[in-house]
Design a protein around this ligand. Sequence first.
Ligand SMILES: [Zn+2]
Length: 282
Amino acid sequence: MDHYSPVARATRFVIYVLAVVVPIAIALAVVGTTPSLLEKVPAEHRDTVAAIGEGAVRLSGGNGGIFRSQEANAADTTIPGVPRPLHGEWAARRPEDYPPPAGLAAGHDYSVHVTDDGHVAHWPCEHEIPVRSFHAPPGSEADLAWAVETLAFSSGLPLRYLGPGAEADRDGEGAISVTYGDHPDFWDPQVAGVGGPAVLPRGLIIQGAVTLRPESVNPIPGDPWTRSLTLHELMHAVGITHAAPYSPEIMAERSAHPPQTLLGYGDRFALHVVGCSGSATG
Ligand SMILES: [Zn+2]
């Protein structure tokens, strides 16, 4: 169920991988605009296919009809003996300690990963979190750097983009790995990327992984689809889950057209909850 490396599987984890959709679907557009053809699409897929047929651009996630539920993507693997790699002043956080400001609703405008034991998943603030790319298509690094820096200054998380990593660094603990390549969830041609954290009990995130489908990434920097997709998946890797479909958030489970590249109010509050700015500690 998990999509992490053997190293990751050797640790006790909740692994939480969510998908995002970029429609690349000229053929589906025909289906989506033709009612008789749409009937051939299984009922649970029709919304998505029809939406694409309208020309709408959708970001979709783990709960989207044709995708696995978030629950289905959560795996709890236990292999004892692996030490915690991070130390310092990290402290558990409870969601009730982060009441949303007026006008924002948890679960609608934003959502963060909460562990089974009731803690907010978040990275430590005291250690640099390296972000490395693997097999990035030429030209795409600029948008990854943009996404990492946007996330860093918006959250206070000590993220640092280090550029291409050596293979030995991939899926390293204490780091976020962004791989451009295949992923088991990419059997579905609409899934453009997945991302998530590895979370220990009490919510300590010790690893993040993002996989982006290379064909979904524009090699010319500045493309809003590429930026939105990359930022969305990285936000999963810091413990943020989906806002409501079509909400004006990067983390919207389905995104309105055109794709959003500016953080919404819900996104910004979620980054506060998991981040290292303001009064947040640990
Ligand atoms: Zn998502």
